[in-house]
Design a protein around this ligand. Structure first.
Ligand code: NDP
Ligand code: 8X3
Length: 252
């Protein structure tokens, strides 16, 4: 039977690449994000290329009512979600703790932690009903090590790592796999968002080495999903060859 994957934050970067990757393996997709024009465009692109169905849901993961309404609006068929990819997230700003911007802190906490929780709260009962499913949480190397000025972003990703472990335990009796993917530096719109549209600053992050590409994470997600039923990869830590840790990057 055709499987269904729900990917949050599919309008860009990792989410977008994962949507194409899973479509290439025959998954029907529920793609989400706040930018409706992008969702419409990606839906057209995927259905033009692959024989799969794509349903676009346009909502903000920070708003519980919107998450709840979006999931309850699904037809019985679409509610049979096999895979949830909690990917929507961001870093906002990069500053010493004493200089942090409250709005930035709230955006990161509300999206990266609360958004992920809201999605899981609404989708996991559907998986429990089917006694089957796989939740993939996109954490980061920032969820393993704190780096200077990364304070709150790192804290949100440490939280994702803790939630990943908690979900794994709680969902054990329901035959639901839980995996966290912790990528390092990866060129997407991430740094452009972090630096509020400053292209020069964003480009500098990836200067002098080849960072990960969103397709590398999408490919890893496919690897994780394609393991036999009795195998669960609990976490995957992946970086560019030129990156050994959050602070060790070999730049030419
Ligand atoms: P992008 O900025 O390219 O993509 C982020 C996605 O998240 C977009 O589709 C965006 O959609 C969505 N999103 C953000 N806020 C919300 C919201 N409130 N509601 C719904 N959707 C939202 O970045 P990446 O692809 O790099 O980031 C994806 C995930 O990967 C994030 O969780 C990030 O922390 C993590 N990550 C990124 C790394 C990197 O170096 N790039 C490394 C490790 C982890 P829209 O704006 O349309 O709502
Ligand atoms: C994104 C990777 O190192 O920019 O999570 O925080 S990093």
């Amino acid at each position: 039977m055709t499987k269904i994957a729900l990917i949050t934050g599919a309008t860009s970067g990792i989410g977008r690449s994962t949507a194409f990757e899973l479509a290439s393996h025959g998954y029907n997709l529920i793609i989400t994000g706040r930018r409706k024009d992008r969702l419409d465009h990606i839906t057209k692109e995927i259905t033009g290329k692959y024989s799969v169905q794509v349903l676009a849901l346009n909502f903000d993961v920070r708003k519980y009512e919107e998450v709840k309404n979006a999931i309850s609006s699904l037809s019985t068929e679409w509610k049979n979600i096999d895979v949830l990819i909690n990917n929507a997230g961001l870093a906002a700003g990069l500053s010493d703790i004493q200089d942090g911007d409250l709005e930035d802190w709230e955006a990161m906490i509300d999206t990266n932690i609360k958004g992920l929780l809201y999605m899981t709260k609404e989708v996991s009962p559907l998986m429990i009903k089917n006694n089957s499913g796989h939740i993939i949480n996109i954490s980061s190397t920032a969820g393993k090590e704190v780096y200077p000025k990364g304070n709150v972003y790192c804290a949100t990703k440490f939280a994702v790592d803790a939630l990943n472990k908690g979900m794994r335990i709680d969902l054990l009796p329901h035959n639901i796999k839980v995996t966290s993917i912790n990528p390092g530096l990866l060129e997407t719109e991430f740094s452009l968002v972090r630096f509020k549209g400053d292209e020069e600053k964003a480009k500098k992050v990836y200067e002098g080495f080849e960072p990960l590409h969103p397709e590398d994470v999408a490919d890893t997600i496919w690897f994780v999903l394609s393991r036999p039923a009795h195998v669960c990869l609990n976490e995957v830590l992946m970086t560019a060859t030129a990156q050994a840790s959050s602070r060790d990057v070999f730049r030419k």
